[in-house]
Design a protein around this ligand. Structure first.
Ligand code: OOB
Length: 555
């Protein structure tokens, strides 16, 4: 039976639901509460109306003001024709408008497709086409890039993209601020999806061709958010600094902004993640909690600005998204005078946390244990056979907030999930007797550039589009600051372009700047394994410190 017919006419096509017996169990255990994400905000607005929900620059909104804006913007969305189940690409920098748009879309039953500010024409065009998005919400310009010009090109290519909403100077598009109409009443849209249906599409770092879209339901997401807020001990006094891109799963839900709202706390938005700007906000707003990737933790540790600011309000710094070196982990509690919490999560679902009462060796040396007793973990070898306890293997997982399939990706789903519904994370881990996981590496073909995931195949296909590129392989190379950077090994035809020209070529194909190979090595041929696949292990070995890269290339 196809996902569409199984889902019935009302369900989003291309969504793979949990089998009925699992859905029943998750409801019976109270994980899935049957509450929509907007309804939850309305409850919070009633409960905490006068408390500060959001701080963005000079703007400070109470829960009541935040909810009023959400309902007013929802009315504007309706006016421009956005209806239940429409997909809307949401690509904003860290601005309060991000959360207004997000909850307003929930209020009208439409589905945000979360894009990152770094994404460009190639990525956004793919999301628009794949999700058949009817609208996009962007900023006018940011970091020298004009999103309106990108929208013009996309509208010319995609007939589905009927409208666009712009924060700032909107030119011919709808101005975000002009969409605040007479507020809709609180409550879910009568014609909208119920809590068991898809609330939004989140991006996967992915390991094949194009990024996959991840359908998350109201029920599953709200469960992970509320359970995370509990684990992290959030209360109405917590003040959270959102330093990472707000649309990413980590600062959104682990426990992130949604978890902080759920506790009645305050979310402070940092426009930029740099140490100076963030330290100033921590001092000014008496921030108690923040989340960073290891590369940012290192940059903050090394910043001389640390001593110029009063950071004594910080209780916890969460670090996750990429491998955290032991020596960096050790420096954090001392340097910031607060607790470290390691977070190992994925937009597909499973999130692990070290806990406040864990002994130091687990906080420093593990990536935590799962949120839920119903998170099922299997650690297997290449043949899917469970490895002995404590051994390293592939991490498979299934549970109340881990998807059963990517959106509209049947062929890929057959590889990315086992027949009994376990998600193949692509991570290699071992489990300690306490249940904590240690991430030992990964099997998936991607570069984790300071927490930003780059699917090798995606970049290779951009390189191969150049007429002079005969073959290409992208691998990770160690980097002191980012943990990993990318290096493309290329085999060229005459006339051979210079490496710089290839980098420019990839950039001009309209991809996010972090995906442009940091280094390009020209080789006569790529090493192959016995079965004829490109031997990436051998390529990575050439990039190890001290290895002669080009000299080692076969001629
Ligand atoms: C988070 O989510 P994604 O979807 O950007 O990336 C997930 C992948 C994981 O499969 C793993 O390969 C890597 O990122 N990763 C880590 C890690 N946390 C994530 N690798 C080593 N150590 C860690 N602590 O990155 C994400 C989502 C929610 C919370 C936190 C991170």
């Amino acid at each position: 039976m196809s996902a569409a017919s199984e889902n019935g006419p009302d369900r989003l096509d291309g969504f793979v639901p949990w089998p009925a017996e699992f859905a029943r169990r998750y409801r019976e255990r109270g994980h899935w509460a049957g509450i929509g994400l907007y309804t939850r905000l309305a409850q919070l607005a009633a409960q905490h109306s006068g408390r500060t929900a959001l701080v963005c620059g000079d703007r400070r909104w109470s829960y009541a003001e935040f909810d009023r804006r959400v309902r007013a913007f929802a009315a504007g969305l309706r006016r421009v024709g956005i209806a239940a189940r429409d997909r809307v690409v949401l690509q904003l920098p860290n601005l309060a408008e991000h959360y207004v748009a997000c909850y307003a879309l929930f209020r009208v039953g439409a589905l945000p497709v979360f894009a990152l500010p770094a994404h460009r024409r190639a990525e956004i065009g793919y999301f628009v086409g794949h999700a058949q998005a009817r609208a996009a919400i962007v900023a006018d310009r940011e970091a020298g890039f004009d999103y309106r010009a990108m929208l013009r090109e996309l509208q010319a290519e995609h007939a589905c993209l009927e409208s666009a909403i712009v924060v700032g100077d909107a030119q011919e598009f709808h101005a975000f601020d002009a969409l605040y109409d007479e507020p809709l009443p609180a409550g879910e849209p009568v014609d909208g999806p119920d809590a068991g249906e898809v609330a939004f599409l989140q991006l996967s770092g992915g390991s094949t061709g194009v990024p996959k879209l991840i359908p998350r339901t109201h029920d599953d997401y709200l469960y992970s958010v509320r359970a995370s807020a509990r684990i992290c001990g959030l209360d109405p006094h917590c003040v959270y600094l959102c330093a990472l891109p707000a649309a990413h799963n980590f600062p959104m839900s682990s426990p992130g902004a949604l978890g902080v709202f759920d506790a009645g706390g305050c979310v402070v938005l940092a426009r930029r993640p740099e140490a100076d700007a963030c330290f100033e906000l921590i001092q000014r707003e008496r921030v108690t909690l923040t989340a960073v990737v290891p590369a940012l933790a290192l940059a903050w540790l090394e910043s001389a600005a640390r001593r110029r600011y009063d950071l004594s309000s910080l209780r916890t710094i969460q670090i996750g998204g990429a491998h955290l070196a032991g020596e960096v982990a050790r420096r954090v509690p001392e340097a910031f005078g607060c607790r470290l919490q390691q977070v190992f999560g994925m937009a597909e679902g499973l999130v692990n946390y070290t806990r406040d009462d864990d002994p130091a060796e687990l906080v420093l040396g593990s990536q935590g244990r799962p949120i839920s007793d119903d998170d099922e973990i299997r650690i297997v070898d290449d043949e899917d056979v469970e490895v002995a306890e404590g051994e390293v293997g592939h991490l498979l997982t299934r549970g109340p907030y881990t998807i059963r399939g990517y959106y509209k990706a049947e062929a890929h789903n057959a590889r990315a999930f086992t027949v009994d519904g376990f998600y193949r994370t692509g991570d290699r881990v071992r489990r300690l007797p306490s249940g904590h996981l240690v991430v030992e590496g990964r099997a998936k073909d991607l570069v984790n550039r300071g927490g930003e995931k780059i699917a090798a195949e995606e970049v290779e296909s951009h390189l191969l589009a150049h007429p002079a590129v005969f073959d290409a392989a992208l691998v990770a190379m160690p980097d002191r600051w980012l943990g990993e950077k990318s290096c493309a090994f290329v085999v060229l035809r005459e006339p051979a372009p210079a490496p710089r020209e290839l980098q420019r070529f990839v950039r001009e194909r309209g991809v996010a700047a972090y995906k442009v190979p940091d280094r390009i090595e020209v080789v006569a041929q790529l090493p192959r394994t016995a079965v004829g696949k490109i031997d990436k292990k051998a390529l990575r070995a050439r990039l190890a410190p001290g290895a002669p890269v080009s000299a080692a290339a076969p001629t």
